[in-house]
Design a binder for this molecule. Structure first.
Ligand code: SF4
Ligand code: SF4
Ligand code: SF4
Ligand code: FES
Length: 940
């Protein structure tokens, strides 16, 4: 396998038919209107020398290396900034342009350290390549005059260095940061000879606004911006295309290796989700895969108080099978079950749920999606008929109004956020619905038209009020509703009720009625309206209601079934969509078919040669309750740290402690493993072969760049456990598992590894009706036929602020860390976030005597934890916020057992809490502060 070098056509592609015909160096080529001469030449197979141009950035025209001659035109125009014209005749290799290019290169090289042989970019430097391409043989100017050779290297970023002595001021880095990433962290300071790249006002990269996405590093044609790993390890020599294992954006990468060592991850230009971009996690934070904390040997112990004993694989697998069988014999089939992981591949998830249904003999399988996006599955199925988002990511480029609800894309889904910001900078309108003033509300060149800063727990009241405005002000899309939907009249009557008016809900939500009305009118009348939402929608007692509420609003405005619109969950983990698709819910087989559906069950029974139960099994919270009651005794936890990630940790720990057998399969000895009797080492994404499905239903290949460090594939271990339990499961390769998935799942019948290897990725449904996949869903009709309006009455959560717990805690994550932090905390990303802090409004802090950095106690009715306060006006008064990336913080110690009425998704986003100084000054105890708030009318 060799190092894949993607072609660079110099300037971005233009849409449209190839209607303009021209001749380049005697070659005829036809290209779309607006294409540059440089790109047309590249398409004709003619490479024009270039330095400041690259096809991910708009042409800039600064380096003057790409000069060409054009018949009938004066001078030597830059080919990167010159658009094609019909009949044009271009000459790229005349003596005149050759001389000019040589002179340009000579000037560059005269102010460049000529250490090519020892430079880290040797062999991957466009300046070096161009010196060869223009035939530079001599440099007449020495280093005697002024130069930049002594410029100081900025090594502040943990992942890349900035060596200004090698900079050619081409501005590619600055433009990458502006155009691709949208952070605007870099500038070119000064003019002429003095011009230099600068992060912020003379700051280091680390102190600047830079978010370490690496786009500038990738764009830099020299070694000025260079990965530290390349400097240390040398240039990679081979690459493998695979998929990021962090978030639901699902970015494609070229894992570039030297020998068996990953040197760097380079975003893949052909990646459907990311098109060559990435964030700091996917590009740089892969070091956890080789971290010394990785557990590589299976271990067992009789009791959780015993020390671990390393064993061979056969003994570990045999122990799991024997003890599961013993529990089943003593307590019945319902006493055992498993939790699948959205970190794992589709193939791994599929075999776990198969093991449960066929070998365990029940439907006690649930997935960690239970605690994040299960309401999405329920709500979109009820209204549209399919448990998935409606659009591809590209669709946002056609949106006119973007509504972001309960999501923080710049931190949670950064690569999609960059796409969204591109569209916003082009003029799309933005509505943000969030209690917190997230970055998107105001960031460089972006300002939300409306920020509906609602009280946590009042989403449904907001979406109902928006729909109320749309219906009562006659802003509905009558023909869309008439032709494509059902249940409208009943819903319209409900939503028109005065209790849903913006004025009626203002006291509940805290959102001014006039602002809400204006936002609703904008969404309904502003052209293509798209809704993007996250866990701030789903992790509520009314999560499913809110998903249906958004679907109602979109249907009422006709914002479904074409580019630029839709209802789109921004999925948390890399394979949340896939783990749900694969049938790892207790009530659903793969493809979202209910276990009580006889025909669907028959398909599996025939293939698997066994009888399946028609009744749903236990959900995760039911498993915990049953464990405490003593009826659920054996659990297989696949790649999930439930002791840290699930709510009301005390309850979870009590459940784990009550079980006879807990089996944990993971990379690290995590918090859950403290309660485990068997530990099975897992494989990192660099060791896996399979597929992940991202938030846009895109099935991406995950390819192993190395063998599993533990010696076994996870799918194989699961098959061996099932086999040892008496139900043989055997595959030679994960592609065979995908073939089985395709054979039993109607939305996957066209999917295979061969197909994915050929086309890169596909979005399901991919079957006979849609052999190339389905980028946009519900185009002519909804999956369920007619879109269904569902009345969504607002029911306030039971979790209310009280005199004792007067504040509301809401949670989220930040860019550099990932969920419980098991991976990112084991990388240099800790440079940005060494602890979880509690963001608290200045007023709420003041009345409690809390100052920035103070240690505070955060307490709810179920538990308490301590962390440091950060005074911030991002939240309204009465709301505090924290992340949950560090086990020591234990943010979930305080979250309650409240959950979504339909799916049991925990209500992480609303917890009544009190915050007090851990070492209080006597006159400002929490109770006193609560009294003050009461007097100020901040709480009931
Ligand atoms: S790493 Fe990303 S955010 Fe930082 S300067 Fe480069 S492009 Fe901008
Ligand atoms: S740092 Fe690299 S990309 Fe930026 S101006 Fe210098 S040479 Fe060009
Ligand atoms: S946006 Fe998500 S998928 Fe893409 S690189 Fe970052 S963490 Fe990975
Ligand atoms: S590549 Fe055209 S001016 Fe630099």
């Amino acid at each position: 396998m060799t190092l894949l070098k993607e072609p660079d056509f110099g300037t971005p592609a233009k849409d449209g038919p190839a209607s303009v015909s021209l001749e380049v160096d005697g070659m005829r080529v036809a290209v779309p209107e607006g294409t540059s001469v440089m790109r047309a030449a590249a398409m004709a197979g003619v490479d024009v020398p270039k330095l400041c141009a690259t096809d991910r950035l708009e042409a800039f025209g600064s380096c003057r290396l790409c000069l060409v001659e054009i018949d009938g035109r004066r001078g030597t125009p830059a080919s990167c900034t010159t658009p094609v014209a019909d009949g044009m005749v271009v000459h790229t290799q005349t003596p005149k342009v050759a001389k000019l290019r040589e002179n340009v290169m000579e000037l560059y090289i005269s102010d460049h350290p000529l250490d090519c042989l020892t430079c880290s970019a040797n062999g991957d430097c466009e300046l070096q390549d161009m010196a060869g391409a223009v035939g530079l043989r001599q440099v007449r100017y020495g280093y005697d005059g002024e130069n930049h050779l002594d410029a100081v290297v900025d090594q502040s970023n943990p992942y890349f260095d900035f060596d200004p002595s090698k900079c050619i001021a081409c501005s590619r880095c600055v433009r990458a940061c502006d155009e691709i990433q949208g952070t605007f962290a870099l500038t070119i300071e000064g003019r002429g000879f003095d011009s230099k790249v600068s992060p912020g006002a003379g700051e280091s990269f680390m102190d600047s606004e830079c978010v370490s996405c690496g786009a500038c590093v990738q764009a830099c044609p020299t070694a000025t911006l260079q990965e530290k790993s390349v400097i240390q390890l040398g240039m990679p020599s081979r690459s493998v295309i695979t998929t990021c294992a962090y978030c639901g954006v699902g970015c494609s990468f070229k894992a570039e290796l030297r020998g068996d060592e990953v040197v760097r991850m380079v975003p893949h230009k052909d990646g459907g989700a990311n098109e060559g971009h990435s964030c700091v996690k996917g590009r740089f934070a892969f070091g956890y895969a080789t971290h010394p904390d990785r557990m590589l040997r299976p271990m067992i112990r009789e009791k959780i108080t015993d020390p671990w004993r390393e064993v061979e694989w056969d003994e570990a697998i045999g122990t799991v099978a024997r003890r599961m069988l013993e529990i089943r014999q003593r307590h019945g089939a319902g006493a055992i079950g498993a939790i699948t992981s959205s970190r794992c591949t589709n193939e791994e998830v599929y075999v776990v749920q198969k093991m449960v249904r066929a070998a365990f003999g029940n439907n006690n399988v649930d997935t960690c999606a239970r605690v994040c996006h299960s309401p999405t599955g329920y709500g979109l199925k009820q209204t549209f008929g399919e448990s998935a988002g409606t659009q591809d990511f590209k669709s946002v480029a056609q949106s006119d109004v973007i509504m972001v609800i309960g999501a923080n894309p710049t931190d949670g889904h950064p690569v999609f956020a960059s796409r969204m910001k591109q569209r916003l900078r082009q003029g799309a309108k933005l509505i943000v619905v969030d209690p917190r003033r997230i970055d998107l509300v105001r960031s460089p060149h972006i300002e939300a038209d409306h920020h509906l800063q609602l009280r946590p727990g009042t989403n449904v009241a907001i979406v109902n009020a928006m729909a109320h405005v749309v219906v009562t002000e006659g802003l509905i899309d009558q023909s869309f509703i008439g032709e494509r939907c059902e249940g409208f009249d009943e819903w319209a009557q409900f939503i028109s009720g005065v209790e849903n008016s913006p004025e009626a809900v203002e006291p509940i939500t805290g959102v001014p009625a006039a602002e809400l009305r204006a936002a609703a009118r904008l969404y309904a009348q502003g052209g293509n309206g798209a809704i993007y939402y996250g866990l701030g929608v789903t992790e509520h007692s009314q999560g499913s209601t809110m998903v249906m509420g958004m679907a109602n609003l979109a249907m009422a405005c006709g914002n479904i079934g074409r580019d630029g619109v839709g209802v789109n969950p921004l999925r948390g983990q890399n394979n949340v969509q896939g783990s749900c698709d694969m049938g790892s819910f207790p009530h659903e087989l793969s493809g979202y078919r209910h276990v009580s559906d006889d025909a669907a069950r028959k398909v599996f029974e025939n293939l698997w040669g066994t009888t399946l139960l028609a009744e749903p099994g236990l959900r995760i919270p039911n498993m915990f309750d049953a464990a405490i009651e003593g009826t659920f005794r054996g659990l297989f936890v696949h790649g999930e740290d439930i002791a840290q990630s699930d709510p009301n940790v005390k309850h979870v720990l009590a459940a784990l402690g009550a079980m006879e057998l807990v089996v944990v399969q993971d990379l690290f000895l995590n918090e859950t493993a403290k309660f485990a009797h068997v530990f099975l080492p897992g494989a990192s994404f660099l060791e896996k072969d399979g597929t992940f499905t991202n938030a846009e239903r895109r099935i991406n290949r995950v390819r192993a760049v190395m063998k599993p460090k533990s010696g076994r594939h996870e799918w194989d271990i699961v098959c061996q456990i099932a086999t040892a339990m008496g139900y043989p499961m055997q595959y030679d390769h994960p592609s065979q598992i995908m073939d089985e998935i395709a054979s039993v799942t109607p939305t996957f019948t066209g999917v295979s590894f061969d197909k994915l290897d050929e086309v890169g990725s596909v979005q399901w449904p991919c079957n006979e009706q849609a052999p190339d996949g389905t980028p946009i869903m519900h185009v002519d009709a909804f999956t369920r036929g007619l879109g269904r309006f569902v009345p969504t009455p607002f029911v306030p959560t039971d979790e209310r602020s009280t005199r004792r717990f007067p504040l509301i805690l809401t949670t989220g994550r930040i860019l550099s860390q990932y969920n419980v932090g098991a991976q990112t905390r084991r990388t240099a990303n800790i440079a940005w976030h060494q602890e979880d802090v509690l963001e608290i409004h200045p007023h709420d802090a003041e009345v409690r005597g809390i100052e920035d950095g103070d240690e505070v106690t955060l307490a709810s009715r179920v538990g308490a934890t301590t962390l440091h306060a950060q005074i911030s006006d991002r939240m309204p008064t009465g709301v505090v916020y924290t992340t949950f990336h560090y086990p020591v913080t234990g943010a979930n110690v305080v979250t309650t057992e409240n959950s979504d009425w339909a799916t049991n998704c925990p209500e992480y986003k609303v917890t009544a809490v009190q915050v007090t100084l851990t070492h209080p000054v006597p006159h400002l105890l929490g109770e006193v502060a609560a009294d003050r708030e009461l007097a100020a009318g901040l709480v009931d």
